[in-house]
Design a protein around this ligand. Structure first.
Ligand SMILES: [Zn+2]
Length: 151
């Protein structure tokens, strides 16, 4: 992870800064306007998100977010859970992996029209940029991730 970096948009001037992932938790400064970024957590495990925390954890999050929409009764969701745990470790600092229980958080689920489970939602700078519905093997999720993280 030492040589990796990520593009973070400055909330003051809009400039995209390339920041080494190792420096994210320090709250680095924007190269253009010198405004400090808030310290950016780099979790290595999926973060549970609710209707109440969605705006903070996903919309306002400076890192790209992969949100797994799941339910306890959904067997394919359970099968995909270890893959998401693993991706959270592998992509720590470049990506935040989050999970939303759709039964307990219907507002967010309906806002993004989650019709089938599992559904993966990809957010960048607070906007939904890609969706993947249905259970997918790790290889297929990573294909989505490479495209997502390279824009
Ligand atoms: Zn700036």
């Amino acid at each position: 992870m030492a040589n990796e970096s990520v593009l973070i948009r400055c909330r003051s001037c809009g400039t995209r800064n390339r920041i080494p992932t190792a420096r994210l938790p320090d709250g680095p400064r924007c190269g253009r306007c010198k405004n400090p970024f808030p310290p950016i957590p780099t979790p290595s495990r999926p973060v549970m998100v609710t209707d109440r925390t969605f705006a903070d954890e996903v919309i306002a999050n400076p890192l790209p977010v992969l949100l797994d929409c799941w339910a306890a009764w959904c067997a394919p969701c359970g099968a995909m859970a270890p893959v998401l745990e693993d991706l959270a470790r592998t992509y720590a600092g470049r990506l935040k992996v989050a999970k939303l229980n759709v039964d307990q958080n219907p507002v967010t689920a309906s806002r993004y029209s989650v019709m089938s489970l599992p559904t993966l939602l990809f957010f960048r700078d607070g906007k939904l940029v890609d969706t993947a519905a249905g259970a997918l093997p790790r290889q297929e999720i990573e294909r989505y991730l490479w495209r997502f993280l390279s824009r």
